[in-house]
Design a protein around this ligand. Sequence first.
Ligand code: SF4
Length: 310
Amino acid sequence: MPRTLDPELRRELAARIRYYNEMGIYDFYRRPANTPETEMVANGDEQAAPVATASADPESPVFHSSIPQPEPREEMSRPKAAFASAPVAVEDNMFDMIAAKPEQSVSDPVKALRIIREDLGDCTRCPLHKQGRKQIVFGVGNPKAELMFVGEGPGADEDEQGEPFVGRAGQLLNNMIKAMGLQRTQVYIANVVKCRPPGNRTPEREECETCSPFLMRQIAVIKPKVVVALGAVAAKTLLAMSSSMAQLRGRFYDFKPAGVRASDPDWQGCKLAVTYHPAFLLRDPRQKGEAWKDLQMVMKELGLQATAGR
Ligand code: SF4
């Protein structure tokens, strides 16, 4: 029987996997629990499985940026000893996270996204499945989009229609996309969590961590040039940072989806920018100018021209 991971240990492992991904290491293997090999891993044998034993600097960033990193990732803040003493018999879904993904052998992004959707199934992986969702909201748009928007989670309208950003915030996002000189059908839109949190509450960290591997896989399939994180939940989940929006906005990050690699070995990741969530802009329209600055930065990167009379 798989053991349930302590949430902190899960975070430690996820951060360590991201670190190895950054070094180009994606292939891990599982050793049976309670074997002599396992004891070696637990005792810190440097030759053992990399997930548990490598002595790399735990402060290494999950992404690279040409500017100084604002602060260390939250996941890496615990002493290394806490990780070293953790059990190594992990539950199956952790190995699901680091195993090769079926869509990686598929070059057609439409088929690859379908494989991810089928893998998601009638998902019950986090508590949101039993908190009133009508349907899973997977994502929508161009599977070969150069620009991808990532929001927080579905609201009532999205839950009803099965499509992200279709309510009032969606209308504003449509206007933002149009102002950038694009159509909604040219971009791809998804959320960190794919089920509506009750009462439109902010998704819990555990819910984000459980659902976001599917988002990472979507990004790896679409291979955008730029991802725009809409709001703090998307930004913090994608970047694994806990900085404020003021600290996160106004710059690009070099981004690779954690835990997966693209089917195209030539895709080395993309740029990521952070801006305000359209729902926030509806509540505080004074910030629209700031959001427009963020989008102009993205447009420059993509060589886009603003629509006249936006
Ligand atoms: S939010 Fe994601 S992980 Fe949670 S039940 Fe829905 S699809 Fe599954």
